[in-house]
Each structure stands twice: as structure tokens, then as C-alpha cells.
Design a protein around this ligand. Structure first.
Ligand code: 13P
Ligand code: SF4
Length: 347
């Protein structure tokens, strides 16, 4: 397999990123990217990169870039021996569950997620005992054991479709409080949070069509309606795009809410010249690089510390040192796989 030289990588990256990344940094990153590509070929690896990856990584080494759903599908079908997941741990675990014979590497040791950490499998079993027979939908931003105790998973791309596919009056939807509220609104449901309402069954379970949990994304929970109002005051023509992990108030005050891929597509397909992106700042950079005629406003004081652990340097070291290998015990993986495959079948 022929790999690119540092010089040709530098030219390719410069064509996309000259306005966003200083030249000296581009040259340095191109050198690391060339090492990554050589190691990728040597190890027969595929590199999957979430939309939140830093621009120098996003526009150099990945075979595929996308949102959680997209990358899960790519992971499930790759024939390469090694999957390097440039994202966070729950995403790498999902790849391992869907394609267990591959070696899956996460380039940072931790790269967690506040949503995944907000709920345990024991919590899920507790809810099942409390609401017998009610199907459990778990956001893909959960760890393998939580998925294993769920009926079906969803991502922000397909959450409403997954809920509707269950044809059940009442659904347990975990663990993101804000995503649950937004999906409840989209599917015409009423949502309660049992950790706040101690005995929702006494309020009449038949009236409670979505039972949520109170996990939150530590990044998206911090965007406010005031941020939107400030941007609109300064730039009356701005189009506001919010990820559905933002609060219902923020999503309502925005012009569009959707998964990271849906936000990328929205900017590509609309003629407006200025956008405010309420999600991880690096994605605003990546969209700006692909749409040089459009201005992307972003709030870079709010970053995902977990996604930001993944860099070109860590990706190179992951391939060189075979780290950090993701393992999921088969007993858990088999049950989690059912929930994930059911989600992929919904679309
Ligand atoms: P997407 O599935 O929309 O890419 O979102 C993943 C995520 O973690 C957003 O914070
Ligand atoms: Fe998790 Fe939020 Fe980071 Fe996404 S942005 S990985 S939901 S902490």
C-alpha cells in the first residue's frame, strides 16, 4: 500500500486548513500524520474519526468521518484487522461489540463521557423492576453493560425513530435528560424523571409515556438561550444549530436541532452565510474548513475534554504501541450486540 509523504499531506491539509491552523503547526502535524498513515498500512488498520476531532486529525488520516451512528455502521462492516477509534470510549466499545474479531484501539486511556458515566447497569435493572414490561431505550453514549441490559440503543440521529419503532405507550429512555425531553416533544410524549418524582406510578403510569434519567452532557448542558440571544443581537442573520443534548429551551430557541452529521449536512445544503453551532467547537472548525464561503460562530470556551484527548500524536502511539486495546466480555457483548443491531435495523 502506498502512503502519503509529509510534504503531500502538508499541501493537502493546507488547502483545507490554512485559514484555521497556523502554518508551523500544519507542517508539524503533517509529519505526524505521515507516520500515522505508514503505521495504518503496516497494521492493516482502519481509522474512524468522530466529527469532534481536531481539524488536523479530521482532515488527514481517517478513512471515515461521521457521527456515532455512521461510525458504528462502518465499524460493523470493516474487514481491516485493526479499528482505531478516534472518539471516546463508549464509541470504541460499540465498535468492539459490533465487530468482535477485530482489535479495537482507543488512542487515549480514558476519553470518557459524562453521559456514559451517569448510569450503571444496576440502575437500569432498578428501573426495569420498578416499571415491569416497559421497553428500555439506551442512548449509545452508555457503556457496554448498560447496553446489555437495554432492549435497543439509539443515537441522536435515530432516537425518535427508535422510540416509535417500539409501538409501546410507555418507554424508558436513558440516560440523557435533555435528549429525552427533546425526543419526547418530537414524538408527542410526556416525560417524567423518577429520580425527581419519587413515585411516578402513583401519578398514573398510563399517562407517563417516557421515563427518563437525569444524566447530562457536561458540554451541551452549558449552552444557554442567552448565548443564542447574544448572537442574534450581534448577527441578526445568524442561523442557530444545536445538538439535541442541549436543553429543550436551547433547542426551541434554535433554528435547527440534529445529530452532528445532520448539522454538517444542514450547513452544506443551506444558502445562509452565517451559523452559530452549539456543540463541540472543533466541529465548527471542521465545518468552516469544508465551507470556506460560510462563517461559523462557535463558543470555544466549552470543549469536550474527553474528545480533546485524541490527537494525531496519540493516534500514532496507539498504532505503534498497540494501545489502548478495548475488550468487552462476551457475555455482556452478546446482549449489547442485540440492542445495537436492533438499532441499526431501525436505521
Ligand atoms: P452524534 O451521534 O450526534 O455524533 O453525537 C455524539 C456525541 O457524543 C455528541 O456529544
Ligand atoms: Fe459525552 Fe458530551 Fe463529550 Fe459528547 S460532548 S462525548 S456527550 S461529554
Amino acid at each position: 500500500m502506498i502512503t502519503e509523504t509529509a510534504e503531500s499531506l502538508y499541501e493537502r491539509m493546507k488547502a483545507k486548513l490554512a485559514r484555521l491552523v497556523p502554518d508551523a503547526e500544519l507542517r508539524y502535524k503533517a509529519g505526524i500524520a505521515a507516520e500515522v498513515l505508514a503505521l495504518k498500512a503496516e497494521r492493516d488498520a482502519v481509522i474512524l474519526a468522530h466529527n469532534y476531532m481536531e481539524p488536523a486529525l479530521f482532515y488527514s488520516v481517517p478513512d471515515f468521518q461521521g457521527d456515532s451512528l455512521d461510525l458504528s455502521r462502518r465499524a460493523a462492516t470493516t474487514e481491516r484487522s485493526v479499528i482505531v477509534f478516534c472518539g471516546v470510549k463508549f464509541m470504541a466499545e460499540t465498535a468492539k461489540i459490533l465487530n468482535p474479531s477485530r482489535t479495537v484501539l482507543l488512542p487515549a486511556k480514558k476519553a470518557g463521557c459524562s453521559l456514559a458515566e451517569s448510569i450503571t447497569a444496576e440502575d437500569v435493572r432498578g428501573l426495569r423492576a420498578r416499571f415491569p414490561g416497559v421497553p428500555v431505550v439506551s442512548y449509545v453514549n452508555t457503556y457496554a453493560d448498560v447496553k446489555a441490559d437495554s432492549d435497543v440503543c439509539c443515537t441522536s440521529s435515530n432516537a425518535a425513530a427508535v422510540v416509535e419503532s417500539l409501538k409501546s405507550d410507555t418507554v424508558i429512555f436513558l440516560p440523557d435528560e435533555y435528549l429525552a425531553t427533546n425526543v419526547a416533544r418530537e414524538t408527542g410524549r410526556h416525560v417524567v424523571f423518577p429520580t425527581r418524582t419519587p413515585r411516578p406510578s402513583q401519578d398514573g403510569l398510563l399517562d407517563v409515556q417516557m421515563i427518563g434519567w437525569t444524566g447530562r452532557c457536561e458540554v451541551h448542558e452549558r449552552f444557554t438561550v442567552e448565548d443564542i440571544e447574544n448572537a442574534r443581537r450581534q448577527f441578526p442573520d445568524v442561523v442557530v444549530l444545536a445538538h439535541p443534548e442541549c436543553s429543550a429551551e436551547v433547542c426551541r430557541a434554535s433554528d435547527f436541532s440534529g445529530s452532528t452529521n445532520a448539522i454538517v449536512r444542514y450547513v452544506q445544503e443551506h444558502p445562509a452565510k452565517r451559523y452559530l453551532v452549539l456543540t463541540e467547537c472543533a466541529m465548527g472548525d471542521n465545518i468552516a474548513a469544508a465551507n470556506p464561503d460560510k462563517e461559523m460562530l462557535r463558543i470555544c470556551s466549552l470543549r469536550c475534554p474527553h474528545m480533546n484527548e485524541i490527537t494525531l500524536e496519540e493516534t500514532r502511539d496507539a498504532l505503534r504501541l498497540n494501545r489502548y486495546v478495548i475488550e468487552v466480555p462476551e457475555e455482556i457483548a452478546a446482549r449489547a450486540r442485540r440492542a445495537l443491531e436492533r438499532m441499526i435495523a431501525v436505521g
